[in-house]
Ligand binder design. Structure first.
Ligand code: 3HC
Length: 292
């Protein structure tokens, strides 16, 4: 099994920062690439703040937090990731943008570097095809919030080398996660089932089956889900859900993945969920309130 010491993470947003945090916490030297110094600082600053909360709760020693933050570095240059053993991409769901990065990295990284994508809905093969190392490309799909959620979907394409896959699988385990093996289909396992569920909840609301709160309450108390579907939609981000659903609809041409009109209108108006302060709930007060 190839040894992994240095990890590169592309993107330090919600998912990228979570991935960088768990990699650094597991002892890996972690280099995060963002498009500006400001975004690097904001991302690493956010991780430090998140770890600070654990220190305040007495769940982590201050020295451990400092050691984790000490293993994190930021850069704006893709070339700086040249000597990473594995690079995990967590940028927006835009195949052209992702592939432009992979092409640059393919040219500067050593032949052994493993390329991994945290894509939610694109296929890994469509990224592997942009590189000259399709056999070294896998999916490593994490879940939000990354430091808390135990699952990682480890995705093999028809071209992935078996040893590369095993290294990626063990790497996910070394982060304290529970990996599962997935085929390279759009949505893998979880989003294949979760996206239609969230879209159906929105269709229920459109049809007046019940109120936002009651649909959420129904699924929480009736099935034991930690969040109802609308709280979850707002948590994932409505723009993200719309984008993922669009990619999956293009792939399968099945209505269950398509964004219902209400979701499209909300995205047009900038109702992105928690991150924008408005989604199916309004987050401007002390407690979230369902939107009228
Ligand atoms: N980052 C880091 N830690 C967080 C966090 C965050 N954003 N949110 C909560 N936590 C931590 C808390 O600090 C707390 O830690 P502690 O036990 O050490 O004190 C712990 O999680 C529990 O938090 P809370 O008590 O505040 O809240 P809950 O018990 O309600 O748990 C939750 C919060 C873990 C988010 C839970 O509601 C949950 O599991 N929700 C479902 C999340 C989910 O389904 N995620 C998948 C989304 S789909 C996806 O990511 C795929 C993508 O491709 C779309």
């Amino acid at each position: 099994m190839a040894e992994i010491k240095r990890v590169g993470v592309l993107g330090c947003g919600l998912m990228g920062s979570g991935i960088a945090q768990v990699c650094a916490a597991a002892g890996y030297d972690t280099l995060v690439r963002e498009v500006s110094d400001e975004l690097c600082e904001r991302g690493i600053g956010g991780i430090s703040k998140q770890l600070g909360k654990s220190v305040e709760k007495g769940k982590m020693a201050a020295e451990d937090r400092d050691a984790i933050v000490g293993r994190l570095r930021g850069t704006t240059k893709l070339e700086d990731l040249a000597d990473c053993d594995i690079i995990i991409e967590a940028v927006v769901e835009d195949l052209a943008m992702k592939n432009e990065m992979w092409r640059t990295l393919d040219a500067v990284c050593g032949p052994d570097t493993i390329f991994a994508s945290n894509t939610s809905s694109l296929t890994i093969a469509d990224m592997a095809a942009a590189t000259k190392r399709p056999e070294r490309m896998v999916g490593l799909h994490f879940f939000n919030p990354v430091p808390v959620m135990k699952l990682v979907e480890v995705v093999k394409t028809i071209a992935t080398d078996a040893q590369v896959f095993d290294t990626a699988f063990e790497f996910a385990r070394s982060l304290g996660k529970e990996p599962i093996v997935c085929k390279d289909n759009s949505g893998f396992v979880v989003n294949l089932l979760l996206v239609p569920y969230m879209m159906d909840a929105i269709r229920c609301l459109e049809q007046g089956v019940a109120t936002t709160e009651d649909i959420d309450k129904g699924m929480r108390l009736g099935t034991g889900y930690p969040m109802g579907p609308f709280v979850l939609c707002d948590f994932v981000g409505l723009d993200t859900l719309d984008k993922i659903g669009g990619i999956m609809f293009d792939e399968y041409k099945e209505k269950r993945y398509a964004s219902p009109p209400l979701l499209k209108r909300m995205v047009s108006l900038g109702y992105y969920g928690r991150k924008s302060g408005k989604g199916f709930y309004d987050y401007s007060g002390a407690e979230p309130k369902p939107m009228p």
